[in-house]
Ligand binder design. Structure first.
Ligand code: SF4
Length: 706
């Protein structure tokens, strides 16, 4: 029996879930992962959360796709998802790789040639490697011929990135999470790290033990609030008035860092004038925080030796998400709380590689390394590097995730390639998204499971899970880390890089990559920020922080020390005013829906709901309702409730939970049986095109069938 549990192989890799990027070891026997242990990585020092430690056996799940599938002729795309293996084979038939690739790539090419380059779009994946993201965007830009490429960053931190690029010239974090241990004051706003970045939360708790003051700004009462020096439970949707009031205090009381403002920034006068009217007294009734508390927290943040702000999707997923982030940036700039250890701005990135996928150009307005598609010089340099004809790269930004869905309904987009994303579950107004996907002439899906999106596909290409491939992944700290192959893909599932290359070549790209390191090498020669990182170095050191411009550079974990990467070298203040949520509660829909994640499940649940331990802990769809709201409905914990918005309804189990404020219900978006995104609002932030997942009007009633 002991022999059964003794691994025959140990493989050093990283966790496939959140952006913290914990390093781990896969313990493998007979091509099966037995267990996982934490390694001494820069972001985790041996620690792992429940997902990293127990969420590995999805890779061995019998639902894994092992053979290419082609939709049977005449079977309608109804959008009714099924996991029943017999019914699945009523919808699809098995195909050889040759037939599936010819069909997938051939028809995409035919649509491009018949309807034009802008009739195609591609969604890549923030769960894939940097090399996969890079090749995927290169395929769309050179094979499809447009910039219609995006991924789930559009749904999480697109607004933060827009504000950061505009204000300080870089979309990534200024300081690593671990810097909380060097800060005197840590502000966490619109984030629940205990659930979504659990190991990062442990560093915050360690810092608190050593005297750091934690201030949580959040309409929900997360676990961290129990350890917080102050919790400002502001009304949902009132970030801008609350933050502007804090800035008003800092200006009025002379707590600004005038030297920093004078030497390192532009646009302060405009911001100062803008916050004049946002006095704490006027804003207190709007945001629900008394004026004295607003003053106290503003003073605490401004006057500490080192204050650091971390934020999540509670900030970014609003129609005013970019404005929310602009306010956080302005707070840091006016007080000089940036550019030193223990200070700065840290948008906690969600997926394990959402930072790297964005860096690699998996976004519609930027080529790799955030080089804008509108620049003739930038396009010319990529045309040369990619050996494509001069003037062939598209000079206009492509469509974003939600815009693609609208374009399908209008007949503009007719074919799509989706690699490792699940828009049928993750997009807002999911019924609309599913109708759009079903309306495509041709949908190619590459994934490891038959996701809700794959169920609507014309052809499905079985791909490799995280522990089945080599590749680099970039965590929330800008740390490029090596993920290593521990096991083989099941059946005839193939490496994602191979599949992308095969599709590209069927669209005329003529690529010849023999190893993942060749893709990384091409990347570092087109992306100055990682120019100094070689594949050999990653193999040797496991992780290197960027910016790392030249070989041998140690990499910079704290940036903006002397200047900001904007043309003038100075950061820019951008004022923000109040923009209300797109849909407010009314008599028909009197409550507010907030969506998000839960500790045990990851995003749309395709991996963690197939991980034995995680599924056993959280098996059923739940809605977190304030106990008094539940009692007012006449219900009790465990009762089924039906939640409806103007776009759809779902039934699920009620959990009495005081973390949600009265009048607001929190629902995780991982449960396909109760896909809560059928209810969310597809209204977009005008700057970043991010949907308003954190606020829409709902009605809750007792009863229904869960
Ligand atoms: Fe994985 Fe994130 Fe948990 Fe670390 S904190 S083990 S990266 S899910």
């Amino acid at each position: 029996e002991a022999a059964l549990t003794v691994p025959d192989k140990q493989v050093e890799s990283v966790c496939p879930y959140c952006g913290v990027g914990c390093q781990l070891t896969y313990n493998v026997k007979d091509d099966k992962i037995l267990f996982v242990e934490g390694r001494d990585g820069p972001s985790n020092h041996g620690r792992l959360c429940v997902k990293g430690r127990y969420g590995f056996d999805y890779a061995h799940h019998p639902h894994r796709l092992t053979q290419p599938l082609i939709r049977r002729e005449g079977v309608p795309k109804t959008g009714d998802f099924t996991m029943d293996p017999d019914r699945v084979m009523d919808v699809f038939r098995e195909a050889s790789w040759e037939e599936a690739l010819e069909f997938a790539g051939g028809k995409l090419a035919a649509i491009r040639d018949t309807h034009g380059k802008k009739s195609l779009a591609g969604f890549g994946s923030a769960k894939g490697s940097n090399e996969e993201a890079y090749l995927f965007q290169k395929l769309v830009r050179t094979g499809f011929g447009s910039n219609n490429v995006d991924h789930c960053t559009r749904l999480c931190h697109a607004s933060s990135v827009v504000a950061l690029l505009e204000g300080i010239g870089s979309g990534a974090v200024s300081n690593p999470v671990m810097d909380v241990t060097k800060a005197d004051v840590v502000v966490v706003i619109g984030a629940n790290p205990t659930v979504n970045h659990p190991v990062a939360a442990t560093w915050i708790k360690n810092a608190i033990k050593n005297g750091t003051k934690l201030v949580v700004l959040d309409p929900r009462r997360s676990d961290l609030t129990r350890m917080a020096h102050r919790h400002l439970q502001f009304k949902p949707d009132t970030d801008v008035p609350m933050l502007n009031a804090m800035m008003n205090v800092i200006v009025t009381e002379g707590l600004v860092d005038q030297d920093f403002i004078d030497s390192r920034t532009i646009g302060y006068e405009e911001l100062r004038k803008n916050v004049e009217g946002y006095t704490p007294e006027l804003m207190a009734p709007i945001c629900g925080i008394d004026a004295d508390t607003l003053r106290y927290v503003a003073r605490l943040y401004a006057t500490s030796k080192g204050s650091m702000i971390l934020w999540g999707m509670g900030v970014s997923q609003h129609v005013h998400g970019t404005d929310n982030a602009r306010c956080l940036i302005a707070l840091a700039l006016m007080t000089g709380q940036i550019g030193r250890p223990g200070t700065g701005l840290h948008p906690l990135r969600g997926q394990n590689n959402v930072q790297g996928a964005s860096d690699a150009g998996l976004i519609p307005m930027m080529l790799p390394d955030y080089q804008h598609v509108s620049s003739p010089t930038v396009r010319a340099s990529f045309e040369k590097a990619w050996k494509v004809p001069e003037g062939s790269l598209d000079d206009t930004p492509g469509l974003t995730v939600v815009e693609v869905m609208h374009a399908i309904k209008k007949g503009g987009i007719r074919g799509m390639y989706v690699q490792g994303e699940n828009p049928a579950m993750s997009d807002p107004d999911a019924n609309h998204a599913r109708e759009a996907l079903a309306a495509l002439d041709h949908l190619v899906v590459q994934d490891i499971f038959l996701t809700e999106t794959a169920y609507l596909a014309d052809v499905i290409l079985p791909a490799s899970a995280f522990p089945e491939k080599d590749g680099s992944f970039t965590n929330t700290d800008r740390l490029v880390q090596m993920g290593r192959k521990a096991i083989n893909p099941p059946g005839d599932a193939r490496q994602d890089l191979w599949i992308i290359t095969q599709i590209a070549n069927r669209m005329g790209c003529g690529w010849h990559y023999n190893h993942v390191s060749e893709v990384f090498d091409e990347m570092r020669h087109t992306m100055p920020s990682i120019g100094g990182i070689t594949w050999d170095r990653l193999e040797r050191e496991h992780s290197v922080t960027y910016p790392c411009m030249k070989e041998g550079d140690p990499g910079q974990s704290v940036v903006f020390v002397d200047s900001f990467p904007r043309e003038s070298g100075r950061a820019k203040f951008v004022p923000a005013d109040i923009i209300p949520a797109a849909e407010r509660p009314d008599t028909d829909y009197p409550m507010v829906l907030i969506t998000g994640r839960q500790l045990e499940h990851w995003h749309t649940g395709s991996m963690t709901r197939r991980a034995t331990v995680l599924d056993a802990i959280e098996p059923d769809p739940v809605a977190l309702v304030h106990p008094l709201d539940l009692a007012a409905l006449g219900g009790k914990p465990g009762d089924v409730v039906t939640i409806a918005s103007r776009r759809g309804e779902v039934a699920l189990y009620a959990r009495a939970d005081e973390s949600s404020p009265r009048g607001a219900v929190f629902v995780p978006f991982c449960y396909y049986e109760a896909a809560i995104n059928k209810l969310t609002n597809a209204a977009l932030d005008p700057f970043a095109k991010i949907p308003e997942f954190k606020y829409c009007a709902i009605r809750v009633t007792l009863g229904g069938v869960a």
